[in-house]
Structure formats: structure tokens, C-alpha cells
Design a protein around this ligand. Structure first.
Ligand SMILES: Cc1ncc(COP(=O)(O)O)c(C=O)c1O
Length: 359
């Protein structure tokens, strides 16, 4: 046998820079996790195996109709316009597999932005055209228009944007929706924290619009892995044809149905998180290492610091994990800090006050 693994692996997979999280990189004891933009306040359901009386011998509903009925009632979107994925990451992947011919078509992303668009494109062997956001982290419409060609199938707009935190101007998104002949994907993972209104109700108006949301953030259900996409019924039908048949397992469907009953609880937590975001901003402002705090419409703050990498390591030694963005183009010298509980935010500030720079 002449087995050679490297010879078998696709070239784009050999060259892949995989998605990494702070939790891939950190192995110690962490007491405060401010790295992944989860809902620090808690979860509307918890898993107690002894209380879970579903039998699991049957496959789950492949189209998750009950779940979509509840989501539809909350979001004001008909069931046939809703896709449920194993996290919004599945929706990103499915969209690329539907619309992009590997090695031929391309997508546009607007860095600095969520890393999975690029990773997913690399896995699918799809070219990414990056059109950087401007200094105010808004879209450069002309630069986007200049990059669009006959092979551009998808534009990913993340609003509020990760890692910068700001919403993208609504009128600029409308210009793209009205002028781009491909699919415009608006990733609204953090929309619950935003002053700006969702585009979910605009899917009837724009046949080229896909809006993504997730239960991983404000809904406090990151562990369930449930992402959503809202679009025309034609696009949703394509997404359902391409996804794995039973992509949302029964436990997730049942627990999400329970969690989605607690709209009031989620709204209260969201309000508290926004108050805590303001508290954190006010407390960070006077600290000597803080140079700039960017305006946030999300549950995290992008903060430019002197010695950012050193501050990051210092916090890690104190068991506080934040996300370093110092190596991300457009975010040099920045840490991304998730808004935690009041106690966690206080601990972060008190710890930062004890930091002594080595230089
Ligand atoms: C902008 C953005 N989109 C999507 C996701 C992924 O969400 P999910 O947990 O639903 O895969 C994240 C997670 O951090 C995110 O920041």
C-alpha cells in the first residue's frame, strides 16, 4: 500500500487556518469568561437529565415545525420563511454550498468581522473578496460596488458587527439590497442589544435578503446550537434541501421550545446587559491603559489599550478570559470584552486597577 494522507487531502484544506476560540487556546482555570459573547446572566432552561422524559429512539422532526411556529410567533415571520440550523454557522455553510461554485464564485466580506464567513469559504474553496470597513467601522459602498463581479454570489453584512460592536447604517444596507443582484446576508446575532431595528420583517420586500439570528446570545442557549435564517420561501426551501436531514436534534428542539416561552425573562436580561455595558464603559474610560472604547450595540465592547497583549495575559493569569483582537487588521491594540454579570464586570475592573505595566 502506498498511503499518503497529504496526497489525499484537498489543497484548500491543507492550507486552512481553522476557526479558533479563546477556549481552544486557554487551558488553565478560568473564573470569569468574557470571551465568547454569551448571555452571562444565565439560560432560560437548564438540563436535568432526571427531569428529561423524552424518549429518543425516534428521529426528530426534520423541519422542526413546532419550534418554527413558536419562533415565528415571536419574530413575526411565517414558518415557511424560517430555517433552523446547528448554530448560525450551519446557515453560513449551507448558503455557500447553495450559491457558490467552488473555485469559480466569490463572496464579499467586510473586515474586521466575524471569522466564520472566511473559514467556511476556505473549507468550500470559495474566494473571499475583503472590502474593509472604514475608520468608523461602516461600509464603503463604492469600494463594495467596485469589487462585485459576475461571480459574486453573497455579501455578508454583520450588524451589529463582531468584533467592533457597532450597527451598520441601515440606509447603506438598503443601498446594497436594492443594487446587488446576489444574496445579501445580514448577520443579526446581536440584534437584541441594538438600537437599530431588525431586517427580519423586510424579507417580503427583498427577494435577495437572508437575515440570520441565533439563540446563542441574548437567548442564553449557546450550548443548544440553534441558529436561524429568515428569507423568501424559495431560499428557505433550498436551505432545507441542502442541510442534513435531522440537523436539529430532539433534545435541542424540546429545550429550545421551553426556553422560547421565557420572552419576558430574556427581555429583562437584555435590559440588564445593556445597563451593565454602560457601567463597564464608564468604569473602563478613566483606566490608564484604556485609549478608546468603541460604541457598542452588542453585548461586548471593543477596547483599544496600551499594551493590549500584556493586559490580555495579565487578565488570564487572574482567571479572566477576554478575546484578544490585537492581530486583527483594523483592531490593532484591541481587546474584545463580553459584558458579564455585575459581579464579573466589577471583578474585571478591580483586577485592571491592579495592573502595573512592565514598560
Ligand atoms: C456575528 C456572529 N454570527 C454568528 C455567530 C455564531 O452563532 P451560533 O452560535 O448560532 O453558531 C457568532 C458567534 O459568536 C457571531 O458573533
Amino acid at each position: 500500500m502506498d498511503f499518503n494522507l497529504s496526497y489525499l487531502v484537498r489543497e484548500n484544506i491543507k492550507n486552512l487556518s481553522p476557526y479558533t476560540t479563546a477556549r481552544h487556546e486557554f487551558t488553565g482555570e478560568a473564573s470569569v469568561m468574557l470571551d465568547a459573547n454569551e448571555n452571562a446572566a444565565g439560560s432560560p432552561v437548564s438540563l436535568d437529565i432526571n427531569d428529561f422524559h423524552e424518549t429518543l429512539n425516534r428521529y426528530p422532526d426534520p423541519l422542526q415545525i413546532k419550534l418554527k411556529e413558536r419562533i415565528g410567533a415571536i419574530k413575526g415571520v411565517p414558518v415557511e420563511n424560517i430555517f433552523a440550523g446547528n448554530g448560525s454557522d450551519e446557515a453560513i455553510d449551507v448558503l455557500m454550498r447553495i450559491f457558490c461554485e467552488p473555485g469559480v464564485d466569490n463572496i464579499i466580506t467586510l473586515p474586521p468581522t466575524y471569522g466564520m464567513y472566511g473559514v467556511c469559504a476556505a473549507i468550500n474553496n470559495i474566494r473571499v473578496k475583503e472590502v474593509p470597513l472604514n475608520a468608523a467601522y461602516q461600509m464603503d459602498i463604492q469600494a463594495i460596488a467596485d469589487q462585485v463581479d459576475d461571480y459574486t454570489k453573497l455579501i455578508f453584512i454583520c450588524s451589529p458587527n463582531n468584533p467592533t460592536g457597532n450597527s451598520i447604517a441601515r440606509q447603506d444596507i438598503e443601498i446594497i439590497l436594492n443594487n446587488f443582484d446576489g444574496i445579501v446576508v445580514i448577520d443579526e446575532a446581536y440584534i437584541n442589544y441594538a438600537r437599530q431595528k431588525t431586517f427580519a420583517q423586510d424579507i417580503a420586500e427583498y427577494p435577495n435578503l437572508v437575515v440570520m439570528q441565533t439563540l446563542s446570545k441574548a437567548w442564553g442557549l449557546a450550548a443548544l446550537r440553534l441558529g436561524l435564517a429568515f428569507a423568501s420561501k424559495e431560499i428557505i426551501s433550498l436551505m432545507n434541501n441542502v442541510k442534513y436531514p435531522y440537523n436539529i436534534n430532539e433534545a435541542t428542539q424540546q429545550l429550545a421550545l421551553h426556553g422560547l416561552k421565557n420572552v419576558m425573562q430574556i427581555n429583562n436580561w437584555t435590559k440588564t446587559t445593556i445597563e451593565q455595558r454602560e457601567w463597564l464603559e464608564n468604569e473602563l474610560q478613566p483606566l490608564p491603559m484604556v485609549e478608546e472604547i468603541y460604541p457598542s450595540d452588542a453585548n461586548f465592547l471593543l477596547v483599544k489599550m496600551k499594551n493590549a497583549e500584556e493586559v490580555f495575559t495579565f487578565l488570564q493569569t487572574k482567571g479572566i478570559i477576554v478575546r484578544s483582537r490585537t492581530k486583527t487588521k483594523g483592531c490593532e491594540g484591541c481587546l474584545r470584552i463580553t459584558v458579564g454579570t455585575a459581579a464579573e464586570n466589577k471583578k474585571l475592573i478591580e483586577t485592571l486597577k491592579t495592573y502595573n505595566p512592565t514598560v
